[in-house]
Design a protein around this ligand. Structure first.
Ligand SMILES: *Cc1c(COP(=O)(O)O)cnc(C)c1O
Length: 862
C-alpha cells in the first residue's frame, strides 16, 4: 500500500541524553569522528544500516537501549564532554579571529548545490561537494560565511542499473522534518516567507530551511509550501531536473530569493550584513541584480549600483567548455525581468549584462557566466590550468587585451581532510603519530612501521570489498525480487589485489570507457596470474544524457562477463556515502579526461588523502601537483590527428603504465610481504602532497586573495554615501563615450642606433585624448621578445608620464580640451639581448579600477 502522505516523528530522547540531540542537530558530526563514535556506541549495526546519519539513527534506536544509556553515568558524561567540545568549537577564536583585520565582515556564499553528507543529498557531483567542503573549512577556520542554496525535494536522483546495463533513475522524496534542518522563523514564531513577483501577477513563495554546518549557517530555499500553486510548488523539486523555464525559475529563486533570505537572516540573527557575495558558478548570478535593485531603492542609478555590487562580488567559474554554461532564451528572461520582480531595474540594463560579446544583442542568448563576470570585479578559475583556459575562453569580454591580462585569477580547489580521511588513518595518526590532524601528521615518522601502515591500508581495502559486495547484493535483490543472490557476488574483489578506482559523473569528456579501448589488453591486465589488477567503477549520467548512459551500459556489459566479473565491478548509485569507502579502499585512482576539460577534479585529491597514488592525465589539479612519488602521468596525445587516434594513443599509454609500472611496483614485496617502495611513496604522498590539497589551504586563499580585497573595495566605493561608486560610474560613462576618439597618434624613439644590453630606449608618444584629461588614461609601452613581427612574447609594461608641457604650445600645457595630442614620455632599459619589440597603448586609468583590462578599452599604436 502506498501512503498518501509521509512525515517523520522525531525520537524522544531521555533528558540526560539531550546532548545527543544537540550533537545530531549540527552537521559537524559529518566530519567529527569523536561525535560519530559516540553515536556508534549506542548500536553499531543500526548505526551502519542508518548510513551514519544521527537523525535517522536516533529515530530508529530501541527506546530501551536509550533508557539503559541514560542510566549509564559513564556514557552520559561522555555525551556531555562531546557537547561541551562542540560548544567550544562554535564559540572560540579560530584562524580568522587571529588576523589583524575586520574585513570581510560576512561572506554570503551562493551555490546551486551543497554536498555536506550523504544524509542531505543536495548535490550532483564535484561542484556541490566543493561547496560543502568550502563551508566546512570556513567553519574550522572561523571564517564568517553564510551559505545559500535551494532545498530540492528529491535531491539529484538515485541510480539503479538494469540487467541490460541501462541506467534507471528514481527520485526518492526527502522529508525535511527528518533531516537536521529547522525552519527560519521570526521572533513571533511565524516562518520567514519570501515572495518573488512573477509575470501574469503570479507570486513565487518560498520558506527557508536552516542547517548548521559547524559554525556556518546554511540557508536553503524551498517552494513546496501551501502558499504556492501546484506548478510553483515544484520549482525546487529536483536538482538540474528541468531545462528552460523551470531552470530559470530555480535560478531566479536562488539569486533573488537567496539575497532576500540573507537579509532576513541578518536581521533575525544579528549577523553582520555581508560585504562580500560569492557566486559558486553562474547559477546564482541574479543575486547581483537583486542587490542592484536595493541600491536603486536607496537612490543610486543602475550604473552606480553596478559599481557597488561589482566591488564586493566574487565569481568562480568551474567549466572549461562553453557548452557547460547556463544559457537562457533572451525573450524568456525578458518576460520575467519585465514584471515587478526587481523594482527599479530597467530590463534592458539587466539583459545587457547577460548578452554574449560579439553576438547581436537582440538575439543573443542570456548567458549566466557572462553576467556573473560582469557583476563581479573578482573572478577565478579552479586550478592554474583552468585559470589559463578561462582567460582564453572569456577573453572576448575584454577585447584588445592578451589572455594573460584578462582579470580572472585561479585558486586551486581543495578537499576537506576531516571529512575525507578514513577513520582508520585517523586512528593510526592518533595512536602512532600523536595527532588527530591527519593532514599535518608526520607520516614519515619512524614511530610507524611500513608493515603496520600496510596492514591498516589492507583493512581499508577489505572494507571497500565488503561494502561493494553488500551493495551489489542489495542491488541484485531490488532488480530480481524473490530470487536468491548468486554466490559469485560474495566473491567479487579481493582485499589483497591491486585496486584501481574510477568514479565520477559521466560526461563524455571524462572518458569512462577509455579503458575499454582494447578489451583484450584490459582483460589480460585484470586476469594476470602473478600481478592481477581489480577495477572498481561508479558514476551517474545526467538523466537526459543518453550518450552517458550508453557508456555506462558498455562498461556494465563488459563487467558482466563471468570470467571478469570478480575483477571489475560497477557499483550503482555513486554518492558521498559510497565515496567514503571507495577512496580509502583504492591503491590507485584513475583519471583520464580529455585535457584540458577537467577544470580541477577533486576525487584524486581525496584518494591521495587516503593513501592512494594517482594515475592521471596531466589535467586540472594534477597538472600542477604531479610528482614521481605521488603517482604516474598518462601522457596526453594533444597532437594526435583526431579524437579516435588520441583515444588509441592515450589508452595504450594507460595500459603500458598499469601493466609495467604500477602493477610491477605494487607486487614488489619484501620478506614480510610489504611493498616497501610503494609504501614509501604513499607515506610521502600523505606527508607532503596531502597538506597542499586541503580545503583549509583553499579557503585561506579565498580570504586573502579574493574576499578581503573585495570587502575593502566594496568599502571604498560605498564610503561617504557611495561617493566612489558615483564617481566611478560617471567617469566610466565619460571614458566610454570618449574612447572611440582616443588614439596613439605618433611614437618617437631615441637612444638606440646600435642597441646593446643596458642601453636605454627613450620614448615619446603623442596621444589624442578627445577631451579626456591626461590623468584619465595611462599610456604604457608594452615590450618583450619579438621573433616574428606579429607578436611580443613575455610582455612587460612600463608607464609613460605626461610631459609637463606640450612642445611648441607651452601655453596649452594643462588644457586637455585643446584637441592637440598630448605628449607622454618614458624610458625602457634593454636588459636582455636578442629580438626586441614594443608597442605603445593607452588604457583608462582610475584609482578604483582593479585591473588595466577592466573596462575592456584600449587604444594601441599603429
Ligand atoms: C569528489 C566527488 C565528486 C567529484 O569528483 P571529480 O574528480 O571532481 O569528478 C563527485 N561525486 C562524489 C560523490 C564525490 O565524492
Amino acid at each position: 500500500m502506498k501512503p498518501i502522505r509521509k512525515f517523520t516523528v522525531r525520537a524522544v530522547v531521555p533528558a540526560t541524553l539531550a546532548p545527543l540531540e544537540e550533537l545530531a542537530g549540527n552537521l559537524r558530526w559529518s566530519w567529527h569522528e569523536p561525535t560519530r563514535r559516540l553515536f556508534e556506541h549506542i548500536d553499531p549495526e543500526l548505526w551502519r544500516s542508518s548510513h551514519r546519519d544521527p537523525v535517522a539513527f536516533l529515530g530508529e534506536v530501541d527506546p530501551a537501549r536509550l533508557d539503559e544509556l541514560a542510566a549509564d553515568a559513564g556514557y552520559v558524561a561522555w555525551a556531555e564532554r562531546e557537547r561541551a567540545e562542540l560548544q567550544e568549537y562554535l564559540s572560540q577564536p579560530r584562524w580568522f579571529q587571529t588576523l589583524a583585520t575586520e574585513a570581510p565582515r560576512t561572506i554570503a556564499y551562493f551555490s546551486p548545490e551543497f554536498g555536506i553528507t550523504a544524509a542531505l543529498p543536495q548535490y550532483s557531483g564535484g561542484l556541490g561537494i566543493l561547496a560543502g567542503d568550502h563551508l566546512k573549512a570556513a567553519s574550522d577556520l572561523g571564517v564568517p560565511l553564510v551559505g545559500v542554496g535551494l532545498f530540492y525535494k528529491a535531491g539529484y536522483f538515485a541510480q539503479a542499473i538494469g540487467d541490460d546495463g541501462w541506467q534507471q533513475e528514481r527520485y526518492p522524496v526527502l522529508d525535511p522534518d527528518g533531516l537536521p534542518l529547522s525552519v527560519l522563523r521570526r521572533p513571533d514564531g511565524a516562518p520567514v516567507q519570501l515572495a518573488l513577483a512573477l509575470p501574469e501577477d503570479r507570486v513565487l513563495h518560498a520558506r527557508v530551511w536552516k542547517a548548521s554546518v559547524g559554525r556556518i549557517p546554511l540557508l536553503l530555499l524551498d517552494t513546496d509550501i501551501p502558499a504556492n500553486t501546484d506548478e510553483l510548488r515544484s520549482v525546487t523539486d529536483r536538482l538540474y531536473g528541468g531545462g528552460g523555464e523551470h531552470r530559470l525559475l530555480q535560478e531566479l529563486l536562488l539569486g533573488i530569493g537567496g539575497a532576500r533570505a540573507v537579509r532576513a537572516w541578518t536581521e533575525l540573527s544579528g549577523c553582520p550584513v555581508p560585504d562580500v557575495f560569492h557566486m559558486n558558478e553562474g547559477h546564482a548570478g541574479f543575486l547581483g541584480l537583486e542587490r542592484i535593485s536595493t541600491y536603486i531603492a536607496e537612490g543610486l542609478t543602475f550604473a552606480e549600483a553596478l559599481q557597488v555590487v561589482r566591488a564586493g562580488t566574487v565569481f568562480t567559474t568551474h567549466t572549461p567548455v562553453p557548452a557547460g554554461i547556463d544559457r537562457f532564451d533572451r525573450e524568456l528572461v525578458e518576460r520575467y525581468l519585465s514584471s515587478s520582480l526587481l523594482p527599479g531595474v530597467d530590463p534592458a540594463d539587466a539583459l545587457a549584462l547577460g548578452a554574449e560579446p560579439g553576438a547581436d544583442p537582440e538575439t543573443s542568448a542570456f548567458n549566466m557566466a557572462v553576467m556573473g563576470l560582469r557583476l563581479a570585479q573578482h573572478a577565478n578559475g579552479v586550478s592554474k590550468l583552468h585559470g589559463e583556459v578561462s582567460r582564453r575562453m572569456f577573453g572576448d569580454l575584454w577585447p584588445g587585451f592578451d589572455a594573460a591580462e584578462v582579470p580572472i585569477t585561479s585558486i586551486t580547489n581543495g578537499v576537506h581532510a576531516p571529512t575525507w580521511t578514513d577513520p582508520a588513518l585517523l586512528g593510526l595518526a592518533e595512536s602512532r603519530l600523536g595527532t588527530g590532524d591527519t593532514e599535518h601528521a608526520d607520516w614519515l615518522s619512524g614511530a610507524l612501521s611500513d608493515g603496520e601502515f600496510w596492514s591498516v591500508k589492507r583493512g581499508m581495502r577489505l572494507q571497500l570489498v565488503e561494502d561493494a559486495r553488500r551493495r551489489l547484493a542489495e542491488a541484485w535483490a531490488v532488480q530480481h525480487p524473490g530470487s536468491p543472490v548468486p554466490t559469485w557476488i560474495s566473491r567479487v574483489l579481493d582485499p589483497d589485489t591491486l585496486t584501481v578506482g574510477f568514479a565520477r559523473r559521466v560526461p563524455t569528456y571524462k572518458r569512462l570507457t577509455l579503458m575499454l579501448h582494447d578489451p583484450k589488453r584490459l582483460t589480460a591486465i585484470l586476469t594476470n596470474a602473478e600481478r592481477p589488477v581489480q577495477l572498481v567503477i561508479a558514476g551517474k549520467s545526467h538523466p537526459a544524457d543518453d550518450e552517458g548512459k550508453r557508456l555506462i551500459q558498455q562498461l556494465v556489459q563488459f563487467a558482466q562477463q563471468p570470467e571478469l566479473r570478480e575483477r571489475i565491478v560497477f557499483l550503482p548509485d555513486y554518492d558521498m556515502g559510497m565515496a567514503e569507502m571507495l577512496y580509502p579502499g583504492c591503491d590507485v585512482w584513475l583519471n583520464n579526461p580529455l585535457r584540458p576539460l577537467e577544470a580541477c577534479g577533486t576525487s584524486g585529491m581525496k584518494a591521495a588523502m587516503n593513501g592512494a597514488l594517482n594515475l592521471s592525465i596531466l589535467d586540472g589539479w594534477w597538472a600542477e601537483y604531479a610528482g614521481d612519488d605521488y603517482g604516474w602521468v598518462i601522457p596526453s596525445a594533444d597532437a594526435a590527428g583526431d579524437a579516435t587516434e588520441r583515444d588509441a594513443l592515450e589508452a595504450a599509454a594507460l595500459y603500458d603504465l598499469l601493466e609495467h609500472r604500477v602493477a610491477t611496483r605494487y607486487y614488489e614485496r619484501d620478506g614480510d610481504g610489504v611493498p616497501r617502495e610503494w609504501v614509501r611513496r604513499v607515506r610521502q604522498t600523505l606527508a607532503t602532497l596531502a597538506p597542499e590539497l586541503g580545503a583549509d589551504r583553499m579557503v585561506k586563499q579565498y580570504v586573502e586573495e579574493l574576499y578581503r580585497p573585495a570587502a575593502e573595495h566594496a568599502a571604498a566605493v560605498l564610503a561617504d554615501n557611495a561617493r566612489g561608486a558615483r564617481e566611478l560610474a560617471a567617469w566610466s560613462a565619460k571614458v566610454r563615450q570618449a574612447w572611440p576618439g582616443v588614439q596613439v597618434v605618433h611614437v618617437e624613439s631615441g637612444g638606440v642606433e646600435e642597441p646593446h644590453v643596458g642601453d636605454e630606449l627613450h620614448l615619446r608618444a603623442y596621444v589624442g585624448l578627445d577631451g579626456l584629461a591626461p590623468d584619465d588614461v595611462s599610456v604604457e609601452v608594452a615590450y618583450g621578445r619579438s621573433h616574428d613581427g606579429d607578436t611580443i612574447d613575455g610582455v612587460r609594461h612600463a608607464v609613460l608620464t605626461p610631459a609637463v608641457s606640450n612642445p611648441g604650445s607651452p601655453e596649452n600645457a594643462g588644457d586637455a580640451t585643446s584637441g592637440e595630442p598630448r605628449l607622454y614620455t618614458g624610458t625602457v632599459v634593454l636588459d636582455r639581448a636578442g629580438a626586441f619589440g614594443y608597442t605603445v597603448r593607452a588604457v583608462p586609468r582610475h584609482p578604483l579600477l582593479l585591473s588595466t583590462a577592466e573596462l575592456g578599452l584600449v587604444a594601441v599604436a599603429g
